[in-house]
Design a protein around this ligand. Structure first.
Ligand code: DGY
Length: 320
């Protein structure tokens, strides 16, 4: 390849990321920071050797089939790759990478915030004070669910799940997890392994989802599984909206079987689920699990490391 590889960065990444990319690549940056449709991605792809997208750009089978043969690598600026049809991209000979590890702490931090906020009625309390409606106090006022000493179930004890376990341990929670295989003891952080998800659900006063969205995990938390949680449980989701059947969640909140939920991910993004807005015991954030300055820089660096390796003829560290 003569000259620097042509790289399309589809969204406005951190300044440090853009500066390094501009130094080492012939870079095209989306300064407007808008999202791109599949047709637009296909139409522009002939100009680039590499694309660095976020989870907001969808590379489904149709896009993969129509991408220009110029594109050699998709170096995702995300750990999740559910927006990429991996077999279809592989069939086209396109390398795909992601950015694991570097966002685990930020995401687990947000899961903690959602868990605490949902349990202690943060949305309701903030609104009351903010809107000048806080006009009395009594011991029976805004009583929530105590987190310390409660049982936390973690679904998916990968990097984020383990970071969540470390956080929750600091709160004095009793930890349980479900993973296909049991982790070595030093990575369990004192959590008790459950071979089956159902067994985990039965003991989870709080349940936090940390597994990827795949065809196998789509709708994982459906009506039946939500019912298996103890009455008054709290569901936390910082992974992907596809893991939760939102109609079933709404019903579990309406019936009072779930005391609350904390959600950073939704089936439809951006936008979320308007039906959730009527319930102050659903604490919602707009998919910002990894949105800290430090983590954004680290995600950009990791994605660029993968690109550098690829164009140096080596296997990228995070090749899928
Ligand atoms: C990820 O990296 O998968 C986060 O959800 C942000 O894209």
């Amino acid at each position: 390849m003569a000259g620097k590889p042509a790289l399309w960065i589809t969204r406005r990444l951190s300044d440090a990321t853009l500066a390094r990319a501009a130094r080492d690549y012939e870079v095209t940056i989306n300064h407007e920071d808008r999202t791109w449709s599949g047709d637009e991605i296909v139409a522009r792809s002939a100009d680039f050797d590499a694309i660095m997208p976020c989870h907001s750009e969808i590379f489904d089978a149709d896009v993969a089939a129509r991408l220009s043969e110029h594109v050699k690598i998709i170096a995702n600026h995300s750990v999740g790759v559910d927006h990429c049809d991996l077999p279809a991209l592989k069939a086209r000979g396109i390398t795909v990478t992601n950015t694991p590890d570097v966002l685990s702490d930020a995401t687990a931090e947000l899961a903690l915030l959602l868990m605490l906020g949902a349990a202690r009625r943060a949305v309701e309390g903030d609104r009351l004070v903010r809107e000048g409606r806080w006009d009395s106090w009594s011991p029976a006022f805004m009583v929530g669910k105590q987190v310390s000493g409660a049982r936390l179930g973690i679904v998916g004890m990968g990097r984020v799940g383990q970071a969540m376990a470390r956080n929750a341990r600091g709160l004095g929670m009793e930890l349980h997890y479900h993973n296909r295989t049991r982790l070595p003891e030093d990575r369990e952080h004192g959590a008790i392994w459950h071979e089956s998800l159902d067994s985990l659900l039965a003991v989870s006063d709080f349940l936090s989802l940390h597994c990827p969205a795949t065809p196998e995990t789509a709708g994982l938390m459906n009506a039946e599984r939500l019912t298996r949680l103890p009455a008054g449980a709290v569901l936390v989701n910082t992974a992907r909206g596809a893991l939760v059947d939102e109609a079933a969640l709404l019903e579990a909140i309406r019936s009072g079987h779930l005391a609350a939920a904390g959600l950073d991910c939704f089936a439809h993004e951006p936008g979320g689920n308007p039906a959730f807005a009527a319930h102050e015991n659903i604490f919602m954030l707009p998919h910002i699990g990894s949105a800290t300055r430090r983590t954004r820089d680290a995600m950009g660096a990791r994605a660029l490391d993968n690109l550098d390796a690829f164009f140096a003829g080596k296997r990228p560290r995070d090749q899928m």
